[in-house]
Design a protein around this ligand. Sequence first.
Ligand code: FES
Ligand code: FES
Length: 149
Amino acid sequence: MKLSMTLNGEPFAAEIGSDAMLVDVLRLNQFTGTKEGCGVGVCGACTVLVNNGPVSSCIYLAVMAEGAEVWTVEGLTSKDSDLLNAFVEKEGMQCGICTPGQVVSCYALGIENPSANEEEIREFMAGNLCRCTGYVTITESVRTYLDSK
Ligand code: FES
Ligand code: FES
């Protein structure tokens, strides 16, 4: 079957299986910034935006994105340089697995609640697991990004 959607601001179409997950469609089409960690909707590494809301693309059927506006970490960091700058400045990243999802969720919080306090940031980002930094620098990175808005 054919999937048509807007991906990072551009028209996108691909032949997909009816059971294909969005993360696999993205990665097979060179959008490898989106990572698969747990594969079962728990870790947040595969987070992308669908119609401005964060979803776990490892458990999101690609067919559900038909006609949707999808943004991955590549597109978001290209259109908003403050996003990566905040994570670099506050050293919110260590590995390449969790960080893309953290960055996408950070952007999503900027849409939903740009004046979020620390507790609200931690609550919003709770679905993005990190096994190496702890969450202090990630929270500071998100704070820095929100302050730039
Ligand atoms: S890889 Fe999707 S939530 Fe972990
Ligand atoms: S920086 Fe990726 S798991 Fe912590």
